[in-house]
Design a protein around this ligand. Sequence first.
Ligand code: NAD
Ligand code: UGA
Length: 330
Amino acid sequence: MGTARRVERAVVTGAAGFIGSHLVESLLQQGVTVLGYDRRSPGDNAMAAQNLGGVLGHPGFRLVQGDLVTDDLKPWVNGADTVFHLAAVPGVRPSWGDTFGEYLECNVLATQRLLNTCVSLGVERLVLASSSSVYGDCTGPLREDGVTAPRSPYGVTKLAAERLALAYALAPDSPISVVAMRYFTVYGPRQRPDMAIGRMLRAVLTGEPLHLYGDGHQRRDFTFVADAVAATVAAATAEATAEAVNVGGGDSVSVLDVLRRVAEIAGAEVPVRDDAYQPGDVQVTEADLTKAQTLLGYRPSVTLTEGIVHQWKWLSARTPTTDCPAAVTA
Ligand code: NAD
Ligand code: UGA
């Protein structure tokens, strides 16, 4: 344990997703053997095919298609020293109403099943994708020891999953240590199609207006995906028993400001249609990164403008589509 631990065999749940696929690439580049686990597979899902296109066929990588809610996880977790648990149904706004059962199953029950499996097999470290949505309203930089009062059903499930994982780590004689990554609005190439920056860039390419929720003065601590991945990899070897840590981009920026930057980068205004404030959206997120620096040696390295340029180049090299499926049906 401690800083001397190494990652040799990892499981990445949610490997076919946005952040998970970037994490898989980074681990493979560092010589880690990776088993990716996801209910989507490139054979039957275009998003999975896009996200995993760069790693399929890599000798260190194997993808297993399965459901964390129902399937026996032991055969796939067996032999792993580290599990990165990124699988979840994401998205704040679609989590109200009838979709909640799926959020509950995929975000909470699946996490508990995975934790049970890890503990029974003696897995040493679980790194879990938590979320800034565990906090709720923000009255200054958010610290990990501050109040958690989620404002959306999604945020409630992410907080439940985080607390479950920490409880497993703190149980007497537990073999597993846990680091929960509180990611703040991650963007970059392959960003989920329901999220703001990708939608703005696609609006420029297609002419289909972005629906601007509320007045655009809401602010987010947008985090470039490579920075989120670097923090996640560092969490696997950090000295920790049971920790939650913020992973932010280092700057809290309004949606109106992002629209201006996108217009400058893309060389055209973003077509916008005013729409209502969406329940569950908080007004501001802003991460205090002191703990991330101390625990993980983390400092964001990509500014928002640089990151949007990366995402714009990636997207404009592809065929634009107006198709933005709700995350819950992805
Ligand atoms: P994503 O939807 O692109 O990836 C999630 C993956 O999990 C998908 O490929 C999905 O098929 C898989 N999955 C869901 N339920 C499953 C199940 N029952 N069994 C197996 N696989 C299942 O989402 P993302 O944006 O990459 O987010 C990754 C993680 O980070 C999630 O836990 C999310 O809550 C968290 N997070 C994301 C952001 C962000 O800005 N993207 C911010 C904070 C937290
Ligand atoms: C993002 C992720 O989607 C969540 O999965 C994650 O948990 C959360 O970050 C987090 O940080 O924890 P969100 O901040 O809503 O959620 O990210 P975006 O979808 O990129 O939205 C950013 C802002 O743009 C929000 O205020 C939203 O209301 C606004 N927006 C988004 C629009 O005005 N129009 C859109 O079409 C999409």
